[in-house]
Ligand binder design. Structure first.
Ligand SMILES: [Fe+2]
Length: 337
């Protein structure tokens, strides 16, 4: 039974349900100016990828969650992923005029976030995350073949600035929520890539709750490095980062490449900070594609079975149909006004 929708992950808890407002607080002009570059380049894996394997990959078993989630791997130590030049190209796209005008959001919980840049406004970033070389490295450390959930979630940028105008207390993002905010994310896997120099910064770790209730801290990424984590299935919170001038992290969300792997994506955490029409369009498209592939796969199996003169298996077919009903019911629940 390759795809099981029967045991949904616990609901996403925590912040997420409040309304977002656009536009958000103004970013310092110096930050925008410093991100400008003289020449934009297309993404080129041989030039922009600088992968070094993580020193450690924690397994679900190690944190007491064996058998849960879609992979045996839980979370990686920070590992080098992109070159400095790649980070410059990414920052130039993030702090470009169309992105700042159209993709900046804030909510009660996210002071400054940039989402839904898409391939027209952020071709380098989108190409990077669709590149087979990058995906193969991410899949390697995740322990399962992954692809971005959808273009809308290819890069959510969380920005914290520590200067006179923005106090630390204001800098709440998904990555530095207060201590009570244990939660699970909306998407199966995420990769958090650090786009700023964290020299002089302390904190910024991710705290994980193990099955026994113990808290385990995992080091956060530094400039150019990334952390991959199965955040839909592990209760976690990001600890506050203190010191340093700025903290700019990019969160990329992934799902299994195989449509036969269960997909328990919810939109709870992202609805308040998204263009709902774009989010729902892409969510509906990929979920229907998954269903389409599952039905094709099932048809093939059924035809093969019949040709082999094996009898119809009522329980098996009913099991498949029930899973797909739950898959569709979950979509009905997620598409809210
Ligand atoms: Fe999270």
């Amino acid at each position: 039974m390759p795809h099981i929708e029967a045991t949904p992950a616990p609901a996403v808890v925590g912040p997420a349900t409040r309304r977002a407002t656009r536009p958000t607080s103004k970013l310092p002009q110096s930050l925008i100016d410093s991100a400008q570059i003289s020449a934009k380049e297309p993404f080129n894996a041989s030039k922009h990828l600088n992968y070094q394997p993580p020193s450690k990959i924690y397994t679900m078993k190690e944190i007491g969650l064996e058998g849960q989630g879609i992979s045996a791997n839980a979370v990686t130590a920070p590992f080098q992923l992109f070159t400095e030049e790649a980070i410059k190209q990414m920052r130039a796209e993030i702090f470009s005029k169309p992105v700042l005008e159209e993709c900046q959001y804030m909510s009660d919980f996210v002071k400054n976030t940039i989402r839904g840049m898409g391939p027209a406004r952020a071709p380098f970033i989108c190409d990077a995350w669709h590149s087979p070389e990058v995906l193969s490295k991410i899949s390697e450390v995740a322990g399962i073949d992954l692809i971005p959930v959808m273009d809308y979630e290819i890069a959510a940028i969380n920005i914290s600035i520590n200067d006179e105008t923005v106090t630390i207390m204001d800098n709440k993002s998904d990555d530095d929520l207060p201590a009570f905010a244990w939660h699970r994310d909306s998407y199966p896997f995420v990769c958090v890539t650090m786009l700023s120099d964290c020299t002089g910064m302390t904190g910024g770790e991710t705290a994980l709750k193990t099955a026994s209730g113990d808290v385990m801290k995992v080091r956060g990424p530094a400039m150019g490095t990334a952390v991959v984590m199965q955040r839909r299935y592990i209760e976690h919170q990001a600890l506050k980062a203190v010191g340093g001038r700025e903290r700019i992290s990019m969160v990329t969300s992934f799902r299994a490449r195989s449509p036969l792997v269960r997909d328990e994506t919810v939109l709870t955490g992202v609805r308040p900070i998204s263009n709902l029409s774009e989010l729902y369009t892409q969510y509906t498209e990929y979920r229907l594609e998954v269903l389409e592939e599952r039905i094709r796969d099932r048809l093939k199996q059924e035809r093969k079975r019949d040709q082999a003169k094996r009898p119809f298996d009522i329980d098996d077919v009913k099991g498949f149909l029930t899973e797909q009903i739950q898959f569709l019911e979950s979509m009905v629940e997620e598409l809210v006004e």
